[in-house]
Write a protein that binds this ligand. Structure first.
Ligand code: HEC
Length: 137
């Protein structure tokens, strides 16, 4: 019984300390956050804050929505260096142009794309380009 008393006393002290802290916290209102000034001038220098809207980055390729080629292979081979957006934001390109891009990724940038994956990647890419008005370079 004597050995348990100090522990109990400590708990009671902790509890009252916690109550005191939370009571003090309740009294203090949060300071209102100042709006960030858009322009600050000092010593002849003016710093202007501007906001830019970046396009949404798609990290991965979606499966073709119409049940066309799946995105597994292109996601495995083509998302290590840049997001899928780099590819998804291209204009409609001819199959030959896509083939040229895939070969450039492999030969120039050393993308680790196995030869046997190339047909699946090209199938996905050519399906991606709207069939109506292909733009050739
Ligand atoms: C080893 C890194 C790497 C991998 C993996 C990679 N790329 Fe790239 N890719 C790049 C670089 C670097 C650029 C930027 C080239 C530039 O700015 O001209 C780029 C640019 C692109 C572009 C923009 C158009 C262009 O011709 O530059 C497309 C489209 C593209 N990549 C598609 C792919 C596809 C499809 C794959 C998979 C087969 C892939 N990338 C895999 C490094 C990579």
């Amino acid at each position: 019984m004597m050995r348990r008393l100090p522990a109990f006393a400590l708990l009671a002290a902790l509890a009252s300390a916690t109550l005191a802290v939370s009571a003090a916290g309740a009294r203090k209102p949060e300071p209102a956050t100042e709006p960030t000034p858009a322009r600050v001038t000092a010593n002849g220098f003016t710093l202007t804050s501007s906001t830019i809207e970046l396009p949404v980055e798609e990290p991965f390729f979606p499966d073709s929505p119409d049940g066309g080629p799946k995105a597994d292979t292109i996601n495995a081979d083509c998302t290590a260096c840049h997001s899928a957006s780099m590819t998804l934001t291209q204009p409609a390109l001819s199959p030959e142009t896509w083939a040229g891009i895939v070969h450039k990724m492999r030969d120039v940038y050393h993308a680790p794309v196995p030869e046997e994956d190339v047909p699946a990647i090209l199938a996905y890419l050519t399906h991606l380009s709207p069939k109506a008005a292909p733009v050739t370079e």
